[in-house]
Design a protein around this ligand. Sequence first.
Ligand code: MLT
Length: 398
Amino acid sequence: MARFNENFLELKESYLFSEVAKRVSAFKEKYPDRDVIRLGIGDVTLPLGKTVVQAMHAAADEMSSAETFRGYGPEQGYDFLRQAIAGHYRTFGVELDEDEIFVSDGAKSDTGNITDLFSRDNTVLIPDPVYPVYVDTNTMNGRNIVYINGTAENDFLPMPDSSVQADLIYICSPNNPTGACYNRSQLREWVDYALENDAVILFDSAYESFVSDDSLPHSIYEIDGAKKCAVEFCSLSKTAGFTGTRCGYTIVPKAITSVSSDGTEMSLNKMWNRRQTTKFNGVPYVVQRAAAAVFSDEGMKEAREMTACYMKNARIIADTMEELGIRYTGGINSPYIWFECPFGMDSWKFFDFMLEKAGVVGTPGAGFGKNGNNWFRLTAFNNAENTTEAMRRFRDLF
Ligand code: MLT
């Protein structure tokens, strides 16, 4: 008899955003005429940039002719894209070898897939609240998870605790869901902690393009020593509107090594390459051409314009919180606004209340961990008109 992976019994019945979608569908079925504004899942609304679309068209044309048609591509990504990504890192003062860069279909998949490379015996340190994929994927593997608390008292930026022993450490900065962003000296502490404990940091930088404060790091590799202990995941989903187009990149430095129980030297970079060549066939050529166009001067300009649009929405939401005297974080170096639930409600109760009374969808903080029980997340990814209308309805709740 095939025995199923019983670790799945430890998971919540559905993934956070599936649960939100389910509740919204039920609401729409009940009230088909109600207009619902979605500020829940962080899904972009602006179209792809002109330069990106032109590159996609040109690549599609190449696929239509036998001379330029492409079949299987390199699982790690085409050289032209890996070079463009390396160029992007150079703008942060970070030098990467191209074979440390792996093109993927996004940070969500890779932050989950990377768990293949680590022993099930490893203890995983996860900040709470945080993006639920880290907890769910390690739960599927049956790993021991320890949590560190992000609270209003530490500005949702928990720091290493020498009494906690961990082998793998997840950090998301700018943080999803709180919008909090570690500064250089805080990341320095995390890198030192990882190096002292022979731990590996899994650094999710999916929101790096929203960092507007020049003193804040975009990449963990801006910290000396990080290449010995950190894998970094990034994505074009939020940077350039690729949530539906799908393209991200994972950096696995060659300096991250370990010795097996029988004394064999192991390289995380080689292992990831082995994993990807076995389980992944690469990102479509057309999408990689589009992704490379994001890193051109014109493509970056368009991406920055999109970010600026979303950040205006973030300002509209943050201003509403200030006006109503609601405690919040985020919205400056991040497209998320994280606020304390009003009326003493817990976050799922507030979710139902806001949907019912205002027709506005957000994401309950409880979905990101227990420290989110009384907090709530709104995204800046809708358009200005809907965001303004959502905040008008929000004010009317008071
Ligand atoms: C979110 O809303 O947290 C994100 O859109 C989820 C994701 O990027 O997978």
